[in-house]
Design a protein around this ligand. Sequence first.
Ligand SMILES: NC(=O)c1ccc[n+]([C@@H]2O[C@H](COP(=O)([O-])OP(=O)(O)OC[C@H]3O[C@@H](n4cnc5c(N)ncnc54)[C@H](OP(=O)(O)O)[C@@H]3O)[C@@H](O)[C@H]2O)c1
Length: 347
Amino acid sequence: MAREVRLALVGFGNVGRRFAEQLGGSYARALRAAGVRVRVTGIATARHGGAIDSRGVDLERALRLAARGGSLTSLHRDRAVGDVREFIARVPADVLVEITTLDPRTGQPAAAHVRQALARGLHVVTANKGPVAFALRSLRALALRKGRLFLHEGAVMDGTPVFNLVARCLPGARIEGFRGTLNSTTNLVLSRMEQGLSRDAAVRDAQRLGIAEADPRNDLDGWDAAVKGCALANALMGASVRPSQVRRRGIAGVSLPGVRRALAAGFRTRLVVRGARSRGRVRVSVAPERIPLGDPLSGSGPDAALVLETDLMGEIGVFERGATVDQTAYALLSDLLEIVRRRRSKP
Ligand SMILES: NC(=O)c1ccc[n+]([C@@H]2O[C@H](COP(=O)([O-])OP(=O)(O)OC[C@H]3O[C@@H](n4cnc5c(N)ncnc54)[C@H](OP(=O)(O)O)[C@@H]3O)[C@@H](O)[C@H]2O)c1
């Protein structure tokens, strides 16, 4: 008989809604195959209300309401809930799915939500890089004490396996370092500059395509890449690096003639985030680099690529192509199935 897993979603924006849509759609087969049935028992948002229903929130109605920008409170079937803290404290769930908007300078409010849910004894999955970059060590320790899992595949490269890949498929191997082109805005802007666009025109193009945000500063100055680099270093290399400790240079100093000259000489210019062990510490850096054409990081367009340097398996590369919100929603499914698998294999 299928086992039931009760989910609470904190955040019901692009990712949360796509995940909810897919639960009744293309994820159903994978969940059935894993022998689980999923019931969403609560949804919380910042400004669009929330709902708790222990029998299962009506997701179709929730999606219709959200599509209109409406409030979810008409779906609430429980005592009144004051705020998100109270929601996390009360929602009848096994797994909290944390997908709120990130403050990339602090990792909040996600880190606080994850901490509260783990402390309450829930498993947590997230696509939010904040808790991984800012608070992973303490969150992992808390999860361990509580016998729960904190999984975050979507924090870097959406649903492309990075964290679960290392955890599941590289037993005994040590990650010695990594290099990646992980910020889609700068990947696209530099690609467009190679085609002759000025940096400002390239940024506008990235915004038109929905890849760059209205305020792209966190991407262009390398902060987003630094946060992702810390998430990787902390999760894969046992580090405790904060984004403020990253040696960071964005693409402000990259000129159009410089990019064009590099390309003519056989190099792409890309914003590269690196993690490396050095004198017993892990250091993370972000800077524009010249990448030889043919290198795994030399792809054109917004797509991300990552090379892991390992002691037992040499270099391993992963890349993603054409990522949309679908890949991020898939990251949540893959973490959820990983929780089901690990709980089943527990003696
Ligand atoms: N979009 C992607 O493709 C993608 C890719 C990788 C990672 N991610 C990460 O996934 C997370 C979600 O992204 P998204 O695109 O879905 O964001 P989004 O569309 O902006 O939605 C964010 C959701 O979080 C809610 N929220 C914000 N602050 C909250 C709080 N304090 N308490 C409760 N709910 C809160 C918002 O509520 P309101 O609707 O009321 O404002 C909204 O429902 C982010 O951390 C993002 O970095 C996204």
